[in-house]
Design a protein around this ligand. Sequence first.
Ligand SMILES: [Fe+2]
Ligand SMILES: [Fe+2]
Length: 249
Amino acid sequence: METRIDHITGGIHRISTMTEPYGITFNQFLIDDERPTLIHTGEYDSYEHVRKAISEVLDPARLAYVALLHWEGDENGGMDRFLADSPAAELVGSSLSITLNAKGFGVHNRVRGFTDGETLELGRHTLRFLETPHVHHWDSMMVVEETTQSLFPADLFLQPGDQPPVVDENLGDAMCEVYRQVGIFAREAPVLQVVDRIEALDPEWTHAMHGGTLTREALPAYVKALREQPFGYQGKLLGREIAVDAAVN
Ligand SMILES: [Fe+2]
Ligand SMILES: [Fe+2]
């Protein structure tokens, strides 16, 4: 597993590791600013690799914020180690992630929950939070970075395979096929509501958590695929059929 770091735009760096058996990259994003911010930590076991990649750009001990977009291993499995290593860092998540999960898992200090529309100033960059419940999990949120017109959509708009840092190819069919096989969205409706919201935002960059960053020109094909194809849970989890009668439909 090789971890690489690439500058994408305006101080935003993508850290990426091709991860088997999933057949997708696990990405984290570093925003280099007065208050450096890491979006997604990666899994617990990838901590050393992610930390080393960050250190190519800045001292990881300077991290001010560690942001998770929903409570899950690849999102925040490394949080304990980053918070220990970066003495001033705060854990940032949706209000629900922090109230329910951070506190429920015993993480009480240096945590901050956000609701829809609230912002966080990093220096040159400003993060704005979107609550996106049931786009994978009920505590899910996305983040907009206003200076670069970037969207951090977590697991939405993923592309399978070892993708380059920036993608302008249409992999919308492959994306929907992964969603059907993996079963991460219970159903389409809450996702499509958020897709409408994203289309109106018209982001310049969409920093997928798995795959490459999509350009403004690439995004509409992915939006179209989501509107035209089924991608909700179809009785499979990570490709494995769930043997429950009438589990679906
Ligand atoms: Fe996820
Ligand atoms: Fe993910």
